[in-house]
Design a protein around this ligand. Structure first.
Ligand SMILES: Cc1cc2nc3c(=O)[nH]c(=O)nc-3n(C[C@H](O)[C@H](O)[C@H](O)COP(=O)(O)OP(=O)(O)OC[C@H]3O[C@@H](n4cnc5c(N)ncnc54)[C@H](O)[C@@H]3O)c2cc1C
Length: 230
């Protein structure tokens, strides 16, 4: 059967291939909260998970922003650290459970963790190290059981979670705000919409993702438009 290959794609090695339809599956990048600071990190691939683990080692308090799957899982997985969990909703994990289930989950203590079962599902990792050409290309996102062999442990003796409901970070500063009365010194200070100020070692922004293909998409769309005008 003759297949008409109307379009062409060129890879970074200069090789050209014909195609009829293209499916772009290049994933996404974390949509970090919009403040200019090196103390904000996202979680996405194995590299960022290792970076998180390393940062936690000397940390006493983190601020976790977001109420989706990644934030909720992180709150459960983090150990020996103070956590300020900042969520816009009225209750935790609102994307997955109703208010009653959320209340039940909030009353579950960390003591139950001893009953964690070893994961049976397959885990996929990459052994591949990015080359210079690929250095701007994000790795593939983490999947189920990403934390199975990763101890996310801070520098405190135990874990303590403070949840700030129905609020968001209004301001982020690396110098202590005047209205912060505490004597502790932190790397970064978050001021919430509700007026509260918390110092912490860093902020984990689990606030969604953006598609990681804008350039390809623009060229593709332009070509589609040109074809439509013919
Ligand atoms: C911490 C965390 C936990 C998660 N846990 C779960 C879970 O328990 N269950 C679940 O179902 N989902 C989970 N997810 C979500 C899941 O990982 C994603 O939904 C899924 O990986 C998306 O698949 P994808 O193929 O669209 O993108 P990705 O898996 O991100 O794959 C994109 C691929 O495209 C490549 N790429 C990017 N740009 C280019 C380019 N310009 N040229 C060539 N290649 C490129 C990347 O290197 C990568 O290999 C989790 C995500 C995270 C971050």
């Amino acid at each position: 059967m003759y297949i008409l290959l109307r379009h062409k794609i060129k890879n970074s090695l200069g090789e050209t291939y014909g195609y009829r339809k293209i499916c772009i599956c290049s994933g996404s990048t974390p949509k970090l909260v919009d403040f200019d600071s090196t103390y904000i990190i996202g979680l996405r691939d194995t590299d960022s998970a290792v970076e998180l683990k390393q940062k936690l080692t000397n940390s006493k308090r983190v601020c976790v922003l977001g109420n989706g799957g990644i934030a909720t899982e992180l709150i459960y997985e983090l150990k020996n650290i103070d956590i300020i969990w900042v969520i816009r909703d009225k209750y935790i994990a609102s994307a997955f459970v109703d208010v009653g289930a959320a209340e039940f989950l909030m009353n579950c203590s960390d003591a139950d963790r001893n009953q964690d079962q070893p994961a049976k599902a397959l885990r996929y990792t990459t052994s591949h190290v990015a080359s210079e050409i690929e250095s701007d290309i994000p790795g593939c996102a983490l999947g189920p059981n990403w934390h199975a062999k990763l101890e996310l442990t801070g520098a405190m003796a135990k874990k303590n979670v403070t949840i700030e409901f129905e609020t968001f970070i209004k301001h982020l500063s690396e110098t202590k705000p005047e209205n912060d009365q505490s004597t502790d010194e932190w790397s970064v200070y978050v001021t919430l919409n509700n007026g509260k100020v918390f110092g912490c070692d860093f902020v984990i922004s689990a606030t969604g993702v953006c598609p990681s293909v804008p350039d390809i998409k623009v060229k593709f769309l332009l070509k589609r438009i040109v074809n439509l005008l013919k």
